[in-house]
Design a protein around this ligand. Structure first.
Ligand code: PEP
Length: 219
């Protein structure tokens, strides 16, 4: 059976109080997901809270950041470097469409981010919007997220997503393709049961601990 990844992207949501409330709800559920890799990507400032909760509970859940500086450590005010993130997380989202659109992140910048993530042992989860998005050579995990499906309640159809996942694997060194865009506990299986989709990236629905747990279960 293929291992499935379920990745939560919390975006700029949750205060520390709300993170603790989410944890309180989520910890009622069984954390022993044997064939599932669960990754939570909270805002930077919430990484330490989650790291300490997960290590105290000997949880198999991993952490990811939502962004990384395109520069190494040094005089880059306001940036968080890959070396700093690696103290708290194992993964990092790079190239999310919200960053490409709102922060004008170009392919050149995104490729630099991937290079630095790899340098410090952070696994990039590289987001692509369609089959034409450029993917750096040293990326193993990609999230296919069509812009029309993000936060709209209008997911892509699983056949198209599967076709694109297959194409990405055939044309690159990518081994793991996730689907992202309006995933819920009701539609997750439609994506994860296809041969080439290895999991999902979940935005809005991951903010509700109970719904996120249902997504993990149904994936
Ligand atoms: C996302 O932004 O990565 C995402 C998949 O959002 P949503 O699940 O809310 O569509």
């Amino acid at each position: 059976m293929k291992r499935k990844f379920i990745v939560a992207n919390w975006k700029s949501n949750f205060t520390s109080l709300e993170v603790n409330q989410w944890i309180e709800r989520f910890k009622n559920y069984d954390l022993g997901f044997t064939n599932k890799g669960v990754i939570i990507c909270p805002p930077f400032v919430m990484l330490p809270i989650l790291k300490s909760y997960l290590s105290n509970h000997k949880s198999s859940i991993k952490l990811g950041a939502q962004n990384v500086s395109p520069f190494d450590e040094g005089a880059y005010t306001g940036e968080v470097s890959a070396k700093q993130i690696k103290e708290f997380a194992d993964y990092v989202l790079i190239g999310h469409s919200e960053r490409r659109k709102n922060f004008m992140e170009s392919d050149e910048i995104l490729f630099k981010k991937v290079e630095l993530a790899n340098k410090y042992g952070l696994a990039p989860i590289f987001c692509v919007q369609d089959e034409t998005t450029k993917i750096p050579e040293n990326v193993k995990m990609v999230a296919y997220e069509p812009v029309f499906a993000i936060g709209t309640g209008n997911p892509d159809n699983p056949e198209t997503a599967e076709k694109i996942a297959k194409q990405i694997k055939e044309n690159t060194k990518v081994t793991t393709v996730l689907y992202g865009g309006s995933v819920t506990s009701k539609n997750v299986k439609d994506f994860t049961q296809t041969p080439d989709i290895n999991g999902v990236l979940v935005g809005g629905a991951s903010l509700d601990a109970q719904e996120f747990y249902a997504i993990i279960q149904n994936a």
